[in-house]
Design a protein around this ligand. Sequence first.
Ligand code: SAM
Length: 277
Amino acid sequence: MVATPIGNLGDLSPRARETLAKADAVAAEDTRHTANLLRHLGVHAPLLSFHEHSGEERVRALVARLVAGERLALVSDAGTPTISDPGFELVRAALEAGVEVVAVPGPCAAIAALSIAGLPTDRFCFEGFLPARGGARRARLEALAGEERTLVFYEAPHRIGETLGDVAAAFGADRVAVVARETTKLHETLYRGTLAELTARAASDADFARGEIVLVVAGAPARAGEDAHAELTRVLEVLLGELPLKQAAHLAARLTGARDNEAYRRALELKRGGESA
Ligand code: SAM
């Protein structure tokens, strides 16, 4: 699994070059694109096509070649294969067939953006591309509004303005976010501000929506565990007066963001008259 540059050819590691040069064949998302890269590197490996629509048969054929002893390198158009790119089914099938899979790590747009965003990176949540359709996108964002980890999204340039508006509506306009544009390339830019500021910038600055974009958003402020517990108890006390226990617990979980099993356990305690915390 060979990572390739996300824009700057200087980011291809010597080990990536060596692996591509020694491979019996290089499986590539877009063979024309990868042919240019190999030409630049002076590497003459045969190319095989492997993309998102390749299907199970293609996976089986590549695994058969691996099992027969061939060394195949997999690359995507940019960055790390399998990260919002094809390849995971191939890796799984290769592992299941007893083939050794080796990472030749390198550039990844999500990690590059995180490393310069100035937002907590000790825990983060990679969400890849949001749904393209407005309704599905907003529903996904609503579900993520309480996520406390830093969130990382890939987005197409023509949708970034609309997406920022939706993120602001779902998460609150004051949340800090970063748009990393064209990282490692000539027009590399980092925009940092509240979601309201970034949404306004997207509307007023024509450059904002040009090129490739990673959106990094600060996580929701951590709610003190005690507050959450007290709120769950208060909501359950009301609902248990009106509804059967299971239904009350399920609804309370949805209303407070608690986990279903936590709400159920607390509902049982309250029903039994226990005041245990
Ligand atoms: N596998 C790749 C990786 O490791 O980052 C990601 C592939 S995904 C199909 C392409 C998306 O990655 C783009 O739409 C953009 O969101 C992001 N991306 C790729 N290169 C980028 C760059 N140089 N600057 C900012 N975002 C980039």
